[in-house]
Design a protein around this ligand. Structure first.
Ligand SMILES: Cc1cc2nc3c(=O)[nH]c(=O)nc-3n(C[C@H](O)[C@H](O)[C@H](O)COP(=O)(O)OP(=O)(O)OC[C@H]3O[C@@H](n4cnc5c(N)ncnc54)[C@H](O)[C@@H]3O)c2cc1C
Length: 375
């Protein structure tokens, strides 16, 4: 029998939706509290590597996700003028029967995960957050923002990098900006874009794109971090278009579609690794709420998914729900999370220092072989 009979998952993102599905399917009574009222809002794309796809297949959403997404197995390097410098075969980190990479539209992934959780029996409270939680030895009492309340054997905080649940249980760690900001747009795919191509010259640290479906891609430009919070939508549009002017080849077509400010997103790259235990009694943080890295290796989703898979496996194995379970979970995950976070930060630091002789292929090879082994 599972070690927790009734679990509250806070946040139905990549980690939360997957965990709720795996636990629900294992016979656990699961409730989800998700701040967003729905999953149809405009969003950007995401680059999912084999290691992430392996868990998405375990969760049961792979077949549907691949229908709408875009699979590819190599990475292109281009110069700012558009010339293709190299095409490098990508490691299939999820195993030979999964592609190296799938580009996907984030809201579609969110929708598939929340549907899977509901099909597995989870109850969802949408548009709801936690007002308070009080843990004792046997469980956690929770009050929700809609006035309702409940008692759970376990609360899992999967509410992202700015987790309010993390703060509510007294974990003080907060994300740190790393000095880079990223512009992203979801736009039509020019026919010649059939994989991710990265450009490391021009005014940006990185200019890149990733197809997210037969008709779509997301394109991104990484610049020195700036406070863009006071910029008007028109100023944002202008700023992204100006940076894109320096890039050619497929970027000429992409730039033509940088026209709608509501489709543009700007975020800062951040780093977080909760120092000390990831739990306080029967409340545990997973995914970005516990660890987050700049997406220079595009493995944040894989780490969040693996957290969900490993925690579900441990809970369903019926291990005693005490500190030793949380300690084993964290130890098992740190062996994976720490090197990926360090590798992501190493890439950031090399770029910030304009390091020309960095062994980027060596770092990529080391991390790829690490995440090729199932978590
Ligand atoms: C700019 C950028 C680009 C990235 N690109 C990639 C990429 O290409 N590939 C990749 O693998 N990773 C990428 N990442 C990292 C990846 O997005 C995260 O690692 C991943 O989303 C973490 O999943 P999560 O479920 O822990 O958190 P999230 O996906 O952030 O989900 C958290 C969920 O909790 C909900 N929530 C938040 N607060 C509350 C609350 N108080 N109450 C209830 N619900 C709440 C949110 O609405 C959301 O549904 C990127 C990150 C950034 C910042």
């Amino acid at each position: 029998m599972a070690s927790a009979r009734k679990v509250l998952v806070v946040g139905c993102g990549i980690a939360g939706g997957s965990l709720a599905t795996l636990l629900g399917r294992g016979g656990v009574e699961v409730e989800i509290a998700e701040r967003n009222p729905d999953f149809t809002a405009l969003g950007s794309g995401i680059t999912l590597q084999g290691a992430a796809l392996r868990v998405l297949r375990e969760v049961g959403v792979w077949d549907d996700l691949r229908k709408d997404g875009y699979e590819f197995n190599s990475l292109g390097l281009r110069s700012a003028n558009g010339r293709l410098l190299a095409e490098i075969p990508d490691v299939r980190t999820g195993g030979p029967d999964l592609p190296a990479t799938l580009g996907a539209y984030r809201p579609r992934l969110a929708e598939l995960l929340s549907n899977a959780a509901v099909e597995a029996g989870a109850t969802t409270r949408l548009g709801v957050t936690l007002e308070s939680l009080e843990a004792d030895e046997d469980g956690v009492d929770v009050r929700f923002s809609d006035g309702d309340s409940g008692r759970y054997d376990l609360v899992v905080a999967a509410d992202g990098v700015r987790s309010r649940t993390r703060r509510a249980i007294g974990i003080e760690d907060t994300p740190t900006p790393v000095g880079m900001g990223i512009w992203r747009i979801h736009a039509p795919r020019p026919p010649e874009v059939e994989r991710t191509d990265l450009i490391y010259d021009g005014p940006c640290f990185i200019a890149g794109y990733c197809p997210t479906g037969p008709e779509t891609l997301y394109a991104y430009l990484v610049e020195p971090a700036q406070d863009r919070s006071k910029d008007s939508p028109e100023q944002r549009l202008q700023a992204m278009r100006e940076l894109a002017e320096a890039y050619h080849g497929p970027w000429d077509a992409i730039r033509e579609n940088i026209t709608d400010p509501s489709r543009i997103n700007y975020s800062l790259f951040e780093y977080l690794l909760v120092d000390g235990p990831w739990n306080r009694g029967r409340v545990v943080v997973i995914g970005d709420a516990a660890h987050a890295c700049p997406p220079t290796l595009a493995l944040g989703a894989a780490l969040a998914l693996e957290d969900a898979s490993v925690l579900a496996e441990m809970l369903l194995a019926g291990d005693q729900l005490d500190q030793s379970l949380f300690d084993s979970f964290q130890q098992r995950r740190l062996g994976r999370v720490q090197p990926v976070l360090e590798g992501s930060m190493q890439l950031v630091n090399w770029q910030l220092a304009h390091e020309r002789n960095a062994d980027v292929p060596g770092l990529m090879r080391r991390i790829s072989s690490l995440v090729s082994v199932p978590a």
